[in-house]
Every structure is written in structure tokens, then in C-alpha cells.
Design a protein. Structure first.
Length: 351
């Protein structure tokens, strides 16, 4: 809770508007209520107002301060339809198909985000990842100078000797199945930027592998080595002060005594606060395993590399997890252009 407490304190000074497309989901309503009660900003939930009010009554939950929008009856539906159609017309999307898409809350929420009617988006509690990402990729797009969007998990463990006083940033745990060298470097730089933004300390980024500095030979090891070198170059170009080292096994990345045995003269080994996995299999399995076994607080997936702040929460998340993700997205939105210079220059057709 130390990490989340600091995030909440910052957002209370700079409240933001967040849209939650899954307004008919009990955990989302609870998180939205807590978001308002903690004075973090203005929550917007999408869905049928009758169903939402009935659900809130069953839960004995106040809807005060929560804005409810039904995409089907919204005064913005026609304008959103025209803009989405203009955006996707060259891809063969018909006007009727654009309207049908925007009746879906995730598409409508993504359009709200694109049109600056919301500062961030939180979805995924009752939708699979593809249903959350597809509207964002079609409407929001990838930020300038980045090859692809990815995701990051923030984990807080009890042992404060691990990471940054118990806080670790882990990526990619949710989007790219088998990143190439360019994508892996992007993931490392984006996650380092977020860690710097959220923690205010120099990121120490471990590029993980089953090998430490040539202890094994395999094409996947070569990919990690190449991505490490490229991440260093990209960080320098972006004036990001961070340390990158790899390839490293996870024990060499996190434990000083193991790092001392396996390698020397590293600013990262034994002290990493950012862990970059070589593929989605390892990242997703490791992050969920650690959170379950250690009962750690975890917040994700925070989407990286997009033009606007958004998150795809796990369907296994509880209301507290969703609130934590919402707070992180809100803090990102305070000065998102520092994370992705040029992101705010993206406009939809007709803006």
C-alpha cells in the first residue's frame, strides 16, 4: 500500500476524468465509487442506466459523483460515428458498421478518450484482452516513435529489499506474444519511463533470460542481448536516464549475493526495479504466479506506447486492484506528454 498511497496522494492534487466502459460490472461500480470517494477525479461508467442503478441498489452503493452514459442514447453517438467512419473508411468500414461498433462500450469509451472527453480508460474486468485492445488500436493508435503497444504490471511485495522498496515494474505481461528486438527494446524503454514517472528514481532495467551474460547459447538469448543494446541507444536518444543490463537470470537481477557470484560491475544486477521478460509466456506466467504465491499487490495491465492512457485489467481483479490501476492511469494522465512526447498531437479526422 505504500506505493498506491503515494499515487493516490498525487492524483488527489490533480484529479482526472476516467471512463469505465463496463459500468454494469459490480467490481467496476465499486472501484468507481472509491475513485470518487477518495477525490481522485470524476468516474464515468458506460451502460444501461436502469441496469446500473438497479445493481447499485442491490449493492447498497451510492452513485453520487458517478456519471452514467448509455452509448445507445448518447447525444455524441452520431458525431462519434462520423469520426470513426472517417478514421476507418479506407479499411473498408461502412457507416452502419461504424455505428454498430460504437454501440459497444469499449469502442464508445475509446472514442471518448480520443475526443478528450475522458483522460484515461479502464476496461477488462469482464472482457477478454482482444475486446479491450481492438478499439484502442483502431481509434487511439500507437504513440509517435514507438513500434507497438505493450503492457506493464506494477507489483508491490512485502520484502522491501526487492526492487524499489518492494515495488517492481514487469513487462510485457499481457500484449505481445513474441516481441522482436525492436519491440523488446520499446517495451524496456516504455517501462523504464513509466517507472521513472511513478517512482521518481532512476530505473534499473534487467532484460531477463534463462542465461546470464553468455552462460547459455540460444537464439532467444541473442535477441535479449540485441534488445538490451538497442534499449540503451533509444534511452540516450530520448534523454531518459536509466540503466539497462542483460541478459540476466531473474535471481541475478534481484539478489545482490547472487549477482556478486555471477557477474560484477553492473548497475542493475542485484538491484533491478524493472524486469523485462523475453516473451509473453514467461511474463504472464511469472507475474501471475508471484502475485498468487506471495499475495503481493499487483496493478495491471497498464498499456504502454499508446497515444492516450489506458489499462486492460485482469478478469480476476477485485475492486481494490481496479482502483489501483485507475489511480496509476490518472497519474499518467497528469503529464502524459512527458512519457510520450508528441502523443497529444494525434487528432482524429475532422478535429
Amino acid at each position: 500500500m505504500r506505493f498506491l498511497g503515494n499515487v493516490i496522494d498525487k492524483l488527489q492534487r490533480h484529479p482526472k476524468r476516467l471512463v469505465f466502459p463496463e459500468g454494469e460490472e459490480p467490481r467496476i461500480l465499486q472501484a468507481a465509487r472509491q475513485f470518487h470517494a477518495l477525490r481522485l477525479g470524476a468516474p464515468i461508467v458506460l451502460g444501461d442506466p436502469v441496469k446500473i442503478r438497479s445493481l447499485a441498489e442491490e449493492m447498497s452503493l451510492s452513485l453520487e459523483g458517478i456519471r452514467i452514459i448509455n452509448p445507445a442514447t448518447s447525444e455524441d453517438l452520431e458525431n462519434f460515428t462520423k469520426r470513426f467512419h472517417a478514421l476507418r473508411r479506407e479499411k473498408g468500414l461502412r457507416a452502419t458498421e461504424a455505428r454498430e461498433a460504437l454501440l459497444q462500450p469499449n469502442f464508445y469509451g475509446a472514442m471518448m478518450l480520443a475526443m478528450h472527453q475522458a483522460d484515461g480508460l479502464i476496461s477488462g474486468a469482464s472482457h477478454i484482452t482482444g475486446s479491450v485492445l481492438r478499439p484502442l488500436f483502431q481509434i487511439i493508435k500507437v504513440a509517435p516513435d514507438f513500434h507497438a503497444a505493450s503492457s506493464c504490471m506494477v507489483m508491490e511485495v512485502e520484502d522491501t529489499r526487492i526492487g524499489e522498496r518492494g515495488v517492481l515494474f514487469m513487462a510485457d505481461c499481457g500484449v505481445i506474444p513474441d516481441p522482436n528486438v525492436d519491440q523488446l527494446a520499446d517495451i524496456a524503454v516504455s517501462t523504464a519511463r513509466l517507472a521513472r514517472h511513478m517512482l521518481g528514481v532512476r530505473p534499473r532495467v534487467a532484460m531477463l533470460s534463462f542465461s546470464t551474460k553468455g552462460s547459455a547459447s540460444h537464439p532467444s538469448v541473442g535477441k535479449v542481448q540485441a534488445a538490451t543494446a538497442q534499449a540503451r541507444r533509444r534511452a540516450e536518444q530520448l534523454f531518459l536516464e536509466a540503466d539497462f543490463d542483460g541478459e540476466l537470470q531473474v535471481d541475478a537481477a534481484l539478489l545482490p549475493e547472487i549477482a556478486e557470484r555471477k557477474l560484477r560491475d553492473s548497475q542493475v544486477a542485484g538491484r533491478a526495479n524493472v524486469l523485462i521478460f523475453p516473451d509473453l509466456n514467461s511474463g504472464n506466467i511469472a507475474s501471475k504466479f508471484v502475485s498468487l504465491v506471495s499475495r503481493a499487490n499487483y496493478y495491471g495491465q497498464i498499456l504502454l506506447g499508446l497515444n492516450r492512457p489506458a489499462a486492460d485489467v485482469s478478469r480476476g481483479s477485485n475492486a481494490h486492484d481496479i482502483l489501483g490501476v485507475a489511480a496509476i492511469i490518472g497519474v499518467q494522465a497528469i503529464d502524459y506528454q512527458k512519457l510520450y512526447p508528441g502523443a497529444e498531437k494525434h487528432h482524429l479526422p475532422g478535429e
